[in-house]
Write a new protein. Structure first.
Length: 365
């Protein structure tokens, strides 16, 4: 009997179950989330980054929404809660929807079978979808009241010229301390990823300090404390310079509108993070879809998005994307109805229900 070696294709709900059984449970310390793309060629990129004119005007889009629709927002809403509401109403934001329910993600992978825009131009052929599985480290999963969530949410209100400028501060401190050589400094500052840069800097400085105090340590163990004292002072000075920049001071002011007790000390690495945020289930759609969000930081400048770590995504056992086959999308949608997954159950709002109810009675006498 011939067996199907290609196990990354979904033609039915049972195919998805088999793929998950093959993958097994997430590693300890990770939680699994899902996302569905109606087109397998789509990128995991928040909508605000899908066109230049959007990210260049992100702060203005939010201001306009708050100005023209003030009654839709509560004075107690945090910036993150405002982003969630804007996402709900179709605004482009730095959020990307996820779900904890694999069947909900499968619905969004297959939902487009009737929609013209999901047919390829060539031969008007329906496009394959993709089901995405993310195993996210628990330390990258936050609630809406997290300090890091407040930082990344506040980026949305900054002008498009906002950038992470840390290299000048590092160079100033390193040159003054004379811990590293000029070539060491240039090598470290050539890195564009802030996290990688700071890790390399941390390693290099620690090694140099150990060498510097090695002789003293061998003579007096108490002298070893100098390493850690100098080490801490070194990084405190870099953070102090970073947090004293005008654009960071403004960001801190915006953060404090949500969190008045927020400290004046932002870790530069936080800007380049992507967080999974569990939103309040005070929205019927989020509750029905068992939804949460990826909140994206920036990749150095505001015009560039932070990237989802590659190691989060689980591929099929053959190392390929998990594909929802176009020719079976209609059948999958019908099958999902038997599991209680349909437009009617996932979109409970009156305006979303209208078309579903009217279409149901179309043609009936």
């Amino acid at each position: 009997m011939e067996t199907n070696e290609i196990n990354n294709e979904i033609n039915s709900v049972s195919d998805l179950s088999k793929i998950l059984q093959t993958l097994g449970e997430p590693e300890k310390g990770h939680t699994r989330f899902f996302r569905g793309h109606a087109d397998k060629d789509w990128q995991m990129l928040p909508s605000i980054y899908r066109a230049k004119h959007l990210i260049k005007n992100e702060d203005k889009i939010i201001k306009d929404a708050l100005t023209y629709c003030p009654d839709d927002f509560s004075p107690s809403d945090t910036r993150f809660e405002k982003l969630v509401k804007l996402q709900h109403y179709g605004y482009s934001t730095r959020l990307l929807d996820l779900t904890t329910n694999m069947l909900v993600a499968l619905y969004f992978s297959a939902q487009s079978y009737k929609e013209e825009k999901f047919y390829s131009d060539e031969f008007k052929k329906l496009k394959d979808g993709e089901l995405i599985i993310l195993d996210i480290p628990n330390e990258e999963i936050k609630y809406g009241d997290s300090d890091t969530v407040a930082i990344l949410s506040a980026i949305s209100s900054q002008e498009s010229s906002f950038v992470i400028e840390i290299k000048k501060g590092i160079k100033k401190v390193v040159e003054y301390s004379e811990i590293l050589s000029k070539s060491d400094i240039d090598n470290i500052l050539s890195l564009s990823n802030i996290k990688e840069l700071l890790i390399k800097l941390k390693t290099e400085v620690r090694e140099k300090l150990i060498v510097k105090y090695e002789r003293e340590m061998s003579l007096n163990k108490e002298k070893s404390k100098n390493i850690f004292k100098n080490y801490k002072e070194f990084y405190d000075e870099i953070n102090s310079i970073f947090n004293s920049q005008d654009q960071i001071i403004k960001l801190l002011q915006d953060i404090r509108t949500d969190k008045p007790q927020f400290t004046s000390n932002i870790d530069p690495k936080d800007f380049q993070r992507v967080l999974c945020v569990r939103a309040k289930l005070n929205n019927a759609r989020i509750s029905r879809q068992q939804g949460c969000f990826l909140l994206f930081g920036i990749g150095g400048s505001k015009l560039k998005s932070a990237a989802i770590p590659d190691e989060w995504q689980r591929l099929a056992s053959n190392g390929q994307k998990i594909i929802v086959k176009a020719e079976n999308k209609a059948a999958i949608m019908e099958e999902l109805k038997s599991f209680g997954i349909s437009k009617r159950t996932l979109f409970p709002e009156l305006e979303a229900q209208a078309k579903e109810i009217m279409d149901y009675y179309k043609g009936q006498k």
